[in-house]
Design a protein around this ligand. Structure first.
Ligand code: PLP
Length: 360
């Protein structure tokens, strides 16, 4: 089989989604499955659906269009503020979108009017991580503006933490969001059905037994795909951490000196980490590099150590294990490695399921 490739086990992805959906359901929280790391892969989206997510979210409209074209069922949420240049596509394809700018709301409403439909809107609130969201002081004005847009339906509030400044989505922040929702409902005489508390980084809070308050939705991508808590990197109890693995093929295997020789300068990707020790050891080269994956985000099989990488080569030492040319090695990935491999056209995607095997 061709390499490098991602081996994607759709049954494990469905099982991961199911485990999180069930655990969060008892806390009154539903899951929107986030597909952006998989570029809206219809197979992965369908697996998340089988796992019980109540909708799908993606930050890019072309990924949502890809899922719609493949007859995946929504609702679909665009979880990044729409680009003004794309409002017509957003209204045509996404059920709802996350917003924080009045000019974008105006343009969404106008596009929805042209298409004779309504578009649902969740307003994002800035709670300190300093990525998207309206400041709390300016929330009332943005709500008033949204309520004045004829073709928009305000369905709720959301927030996003942890991604930019590493601000923890803890009980304090979630209580703040809940209180904002209650206050806004009272001031405007409206009901908000969606209170979207955050992403996979919220799981520590959500599974801690803390009262969820008004929070009734999390948007989960990384935790479903990798089975890990993004903050600690720890495996989440009962989830598969090998639903997606990277397979590379060995193209050279030789006994080589541990230490390089000659006049030293930087390597192609900066100063390489020093090689420790002396003598000779087994070194293998795999045909996979920075262009395919983030090598720093790979976990090799036991007994294999990654020594370095360049655009197209991954250099490993295989310890005592012999390693033939043509052999395949399987690596686990972190989010950064997954994102790059999923996005690279030179990494094949091999989907497997008890329902059948499929390449794409
Ligand atoms: C990417 C993203 C998510 C999902 O994050 P994961 O860490 O993959 O769970 C949720 N919400 C927003 C706004 C995002 O951009």
């Amino acid at each position: 089989m061709t390499a490098p490739r991602l081996d994607i086990d759709l049954d494990k992805i469905a099982a991961n989604a199911r485990a999180l959906v069930d655990r969060l359901a008892v806390r009154g929280i539903g899951v929107t499955g986030v597909t952006k790391a998989a570029l809206g892969s219809p197979g992965i989206a369908a697996a998340m659906r089988r796992g019980g997510v109540r909708g799908l979210g993606d930050s890019r409209i072309e990924n949502i269009e890809r899922m719609r074209d493949a007859s995946i069922t929504g609702p679909f949420t665009l979880i990044r503020s729409p680009m003004p240049s794309q409002v017509a596509r957003v209204v045509a394809t996404a059920t709802s979108s996350f917003n924080s700018e009045s000019t974008v709301l105006d343009q969404l409403s106008a596009a929805a009017d042209t298409q004779r439909r309504h578009h649902e809107v969740v307003l994002m609130v800035e709670l300190g991580d300093l990525r998207e969201g309206v400041l709390v002081d300016e929330l009332d004005a943005l709500i008033r503006h949204t309520l004045g847009c004829r073709n928009l339906v305000l369905t709720g509030l959301g927030t996003n933490l942890a991604c930019q400044s590493g601000i923890a989505p803890d009980a304090d922040k979630m209580t703040e969001l809940s209180e904002l929702v209650t206050a806004v409902e009272a001031r405007f005489g409206i009901e908000l059905s969606v209170v979207s508390g955050g992403n996979s980084a919220n799981l520590t809070w959500a599974l801690s037994g803390a009262d969820a308050g008004r929070v009734n939705e999390l948007r989960l991508g990384e935790s479903i795909l990798l089975g890990r808590d993004p903050i600690q990197g720890d495996a989440i109890d009962g989830l598969h951490t090998d639903a997606i693995t990277l397979v590379g093929e060995v193209i050279e295997a030789k006994d080589k000196p541990v230490q390089p020789w000659g006049t030293r300068g930087p390597g192609a990707f900066g100063v390489p980490s020093p090689r420790i020790g002396a003598g000779i050891r087994r070194q293998a080269l795999l045909a996979v590099g920075h262009q395919d994956v983030d090598p720093d985000g790979l976990t090799p099989p036991t007994s294999v150590t990654i020594l370095g990488a360049s655009s197209d080569h991954l250099v490993v030492t295989t310890g005592a294990a012999s390693c033939r040319v043509g052999a395949e090695l399987t690596f686990q990935l972190n989010y950064s490695a997954l994102l790059r491999a999923m996005t690279s056209p030179s990494v094949a995607k091999q989907y497997a399921s008890a329902r059948g095997l499929q390449a794409a």
